[in-house]
Design a binder for this molecule. Structure first.
Ligand SMILES: Nc1ncnc2c1ncn2[C@@H]1O[C@H](COP(=O)(O)OP(=O)(O)OP(=O)(O)O)[C@@H](O)[C@H]1O
Ligand SMILES: [Mg+2]
Length: 569
């Protein structure tokens, strides 16, 4: 399933752009406002030089209708307006940028929440973190520095063309139009096709380098342990050099395209001046209009020049946008069940259950199992035989392929997800502790638990005395990744969480794998004592743990069979 996502063919640029524009939703009004603002800002800035040109033309004796006073007054007014608009533009750009980041992060979180937990197992956590940080940052560039420049360029260019055509001379408009098309359309298309592979290559090298670097930092203990530091460092150096080569290539091409753009703008400025001279010489226009026309054409390239700088960013933005759109569009492995049945756990009957993570290999084949309140059911089997998978299916983390999982008289697919999670809980093989106090980490199972309930759960998990021995007791911080605790301590806190939750069916995946025999004894005794209130399904390799089970199943090659005293029944 994971391959499906990564090998999906890339969307076209247009598709990515339209997909991204739809994403901004309620912020569209602010974007429109920013574009109007930017357009008026450019036009008022251009008006200042145009008015200056009109003043010079008047001084040269051309017939300019405005008095010097008006020319100076209007130029000052345009300057003030330009200043105000500039302020509004900066304000809006930042408003949009930060709001967009928030909106996009929220959308990605909702998508992750929907895909959780099944699809997240198959996606590398690193790539998700990359998506939340780097990809969203590049998308911000797309909205704030790509969409609005394109819109502003179109709006300013059309306005200037209209002014040139109707107030001065259509010949100027023609020169300007050719200039805009060359600088704003043809050049970006050529350079984007030339830089596409370089952009993609650079991005790929960049993310590979980051991944390798992060991997090295995470695994630094093992690197030191195996004296592999020098080799690793050389590889970091080599990859960094590689990245530099790609970065240089991209920068060179960007610089080259900027130079060509500047040359084009100069070329069209010269053409505009030549057209002005011809128009005056042939009596088609007066010197005043010619000067103003040439100045307007020359000064109007700003917005389209901004477009020619886009392609370098755009390929990276599209790659990031593609990944974000992929994630948002990805179908979850299971859809939550709502508005169907609620239930109270009494027993579970699994019949002919088949499941595989992908089409290639079945993990479970015709599995049958029964468990009910008041009993402990054990499951053993070799590593990789499908024990954890079976537990996940009992919680509907994945969709079963065929067969039945009946809770009472309802199949699992007919039971509301919230009711299922209220009745069934699981302690998985690895307990995740949030970077918070122990108490908060326990309360995640039951927000309003009393202190007595928390104490009781911790005692049953044999972790009460350990917590009491900590300087801050329940208020002790766990540290990021729960690094302040040993594997066994974490495991017991995870167990306490499950006991606190008070579910009627508790699924325990190797609950004592990291625990010494004294603590194991305490935990197993409390499981035994507590079984009258709940059903327990216990996965373990350990014979000492399996000894408390009322019945034991063994999974082998995807098939399950009941065993007694280690012998097949
Ligand atoms: N998310 C997943 N996507 C694809 N394959 C998976 C996934 N999770 C597990 N598998 C594969 O399914 C098989 C069963 O895995 P499972 O975790 O259920 O084994 P297990 O019996 O719990 O093993 P262990 O005793 O080592 O915990 C393994 O071959 C494993 O590689
Ligand atoms: Mg397992």
């Amino acid at each position: 399933m994971k391959e499906k996502v990564s090998s999906k063919s890339r969307r076209s640029g247009i598709k990515i752009m339209s997909g991204l524009i739809v994403l901004i939703g309620s912020l569209a009004y602010a974007m429109v406002f920013a574009v109007v603002n930017g357009t008026l800002g450019f036009l008022s800035a251009m008006s200042i030089t145009a008015l200056g040109a009109a003043g010079i033309a008047k001084a040269l004796g051309a017939g300019v209708a405005l008095s010097y006073g008006w020319i100076i007054g209007l130029a000052i007014a345009c300057g003030v307006i330009r200043g105000l608009l500039r302020f509004a533009e900066q304000y809006l750009n930042h408003f949009i940028a930060f709001r967009l980041l928030a909106v996009l992060r929220n959308k990605i979180f909702i998508a992750l929440r929907r895909l959780c937990p099944a699809k997240l197992e198959s996606k590398q956590k690193g790539s998700i973190i990359a998506m939340i940080t780097a990809d969203i940052e590049t998308l911000e560039v797309f909205y704030a520095h790509t969409v609005s420049p394109v819109c502003i360029a179109v709006a300013v260019s059309l306005t200037v063309l209209a002014v040139l055509t109707f107030a001065l001379s259509p010949y100027f408009a023609l020169v300007a139009l050719l200039g805009y098309l060359t600088v704003g359309v043809i050049m970006p298309l050529i350079s984007s096709s030339k830089m596409k592979t370089d952009g993609v290559n650079y991005r790929r090298e960049f993310s590979q380098f980051n991944a390798f670097y992060m991997d090295s930092i995470k695994g630094i203990k093992d690197i030191v342990l195996h004296n592999a530091g020098e080799k690793r460092m050389n590889e970091v150096g080599q990859r960094s050099g590689n990245l530099l080569v790609h970065a240089k290539r991209l920068k060179n091409k960007t610089a080259y395209s900027q130079v060509v753009t500047e040359v084009c703008v100069s070329f069209f400025t010269v053409i505009a001046a030549a057209v002005g001279v011809i128009l005056v010489a042939t009596g088609k226009t007066d010197i005043g209009k010619a000067i103003v026309g040439v100045v307007i054409v020359t000064g109007s390239f700003g917005p389209v020049i901004a477009l020619s700088a886009l392609p370098g960013n755009l390929t990276q933005t599209f790659a990031g946008g593609d990944r974000v759109l992929d994630l948002i569009a990805e179908k979850p492995a299971v859809l939550p069940v709502e508005n169907k049945k609620d239930f109270d756990f009494e027993s579970v009957e699994v019949k002919d259950l088949c499941f595989g993570y992908d089409d290639t290999a079945r993990v479970l084949q015709d599995v049958c199992l029964h468990a009910e309140k008041g009993e402990i059911v054990g499951i053993t089997g070799d590593s990789g035989s499908g024990k954890s998978t079976l537990l996940k299916l009992l919680l509907r983390f994945w969709q079963k392929e065929s067969g039945e999982i009946m809770y009472g008289d309802s199949d699992i697919d007919e039971i509301n997800t919230s009711s299922l999670l209220d009745n069934v809980t699981m302690v998985s093989q690895t307990t995740y502790l949030f970077d918070d106090t122990i108490e908060e980490n326990l309360r995640i199972a039951k927000r309003d638990a009393t202190r007595e309930e928390i104490d009781e759960a911790c005692k049953r998990a044999s972790v009460y005395e350990f917590i009491q021995s900590l300087p801050e007791g329940y208020g002790q911080k766990t540290g990021s990744l729960g690094e302040n605790f040993s594997a066994g301590e974490k495991q017991r806190i995870g167990l306490a969480r499950a006991f606190l939750r008070g579910s009627k069916l508790i699924l325990l995946d190797e609950p004592t794998s990291n625990v010494d025999s004294i603590n194991e004894g305490i935990i197993l005794k409390s499981l035994k004592d507590g079984k009258k209130d709940a059903g327990i399904i216990l996965v373990s390799h350990r014979e000492s743990t399996m000894a408390i089970a009322d019945r034991v199943y063994r999974i082998e090659n995807g098939k399950i069979s009941e065993v007694t005293n280690g012998r097949q029944k």
